[in-house]
Design a protein around this ligand. Structure first.
Ligand code: B12
Length: 215
């Protein structure tokens, strides 16, 4: 008799120890035994990455460990991404998403992109290290309702202000709202730069995006 709870918990260990092959294997097994993709992400993978961050902060992990943990998470997310997206219903809007200039973190951004797709949005993912003008150009060309910007570094977070300003300079602030997020970002920061929306996780990001589309 399989023990789904114990097996799913292996996903936490696999991400924490950066064991990509095990992360994929456990994810496949969990899905086969009927686990909800969302539970795997929020119950195992995100807590594991939080612990990776804590260990890094305390000098127990170094950059290589961050890197392999990140890869393990991404490998498992590849399997979950289409399933998260499948839950969607009708298209509710178009979002251009990317990680701010100078920042290479893309796991949270990828998760937000998947959840938005799952929430019925059409998503154009520009990737990482995206300058403000590229966000604006893509939004203009695609007629996007929202530009979603992710930042994981306190140093690159300031680049979000440049995105808000670039949208304003292009005269697009009415039709295209800027939504921001990422570990160091706060509601207070969002307000201070004039971003239309902020959310601290992928699920509430979908609700926020919906609100912005009707605003
Ligand atoms: C994995 C990781 C890496 C990997 C990234 C791999 C990848 N492909 O993304 C690698 C090894 C490359 C890396 C590099 C670095 N990293 Co790093 N990294 C992390 C780590 C451990 C996890 C980040 C992560 O993926 N979390 C999991 C995801 C799911 O969470 P999330 O990104 O926060 O996203 C959620 C929310 O924030 C929100 N969200 C995210 N984006 C958006 C966008 C929108 C629009 C919305 C609405 C919501 C939203 O929703 C997401 C899902 O719920 C964090 C520690 C931590 N716990 O945050 C450090 C961390 C972010 N890194 C840090 C540092 C210092 C670095 C380096 C400078 C290290 C170095 N000395 O080289 C480099 C910088 C490279 C660069 N130029 O970007 C620091 C940043 C400190 C700071 N506040 O500035 C952290 C906090 C570690 C620490 N505690 O010191 N890193």
């Amino acid at each position: 008799m399989p023990e789904p709870t114990r097996d799913i918990a292996k996903l936490y260990e696999a991400v924490l120890t950066g064991n990509g092959a095990l992360a994929v294997e456990v994810t496949q097994a969990a899905l086969a035994s009927g686990a909800e993709p969302q539970d795997l992400v929020t119950g195992q993978m995100i807590p594991a990455m939080d612990e990776v961050g804590r260990r890094f902060e305390h000098g127990e992990y170094f950059v290589p460990e961050l890197l392999i943990a990140g890869r393990a998470m991404k490998g498992a997310l590849e399997l979950l991404r289409p399933l998260l997206a499948e839950k969607g219903i009708e298209p509710v809007g178009r979002v251009v998403i990317g990680t701010v200039k100078g920042d290479l973190h893309d796991i949270g951004k990828g998760l937000v992109a998947s959840m938005l797709e799952g929430g019925g949005f059409e998503v154009i993912d520009l990737g990482v290290d995206i300058p403000p003008e590229k966000f604006v150009l893509q939004a203009k060309e695609s007629g996007a309702d929202i530009i979603a910007v992710s930042a994981l570094l306190a140093t690159t977070m300031t680049g979000m202000k440049a995105v808000v300003e670039a949208v304003r300079e292009a005269g697009m602030e009415k039709q295209c709202k800027v939504m921001i997020g990422g570990a160091p970002v706060t509601q207070q920061y969002a307000d201070s730069i004039g971003a239309a929306g902020y959310s601290n996780n992928a699920s509430t990001a979908v609700a926020m995006a919906r609100e912005l589309c009707v605003a």
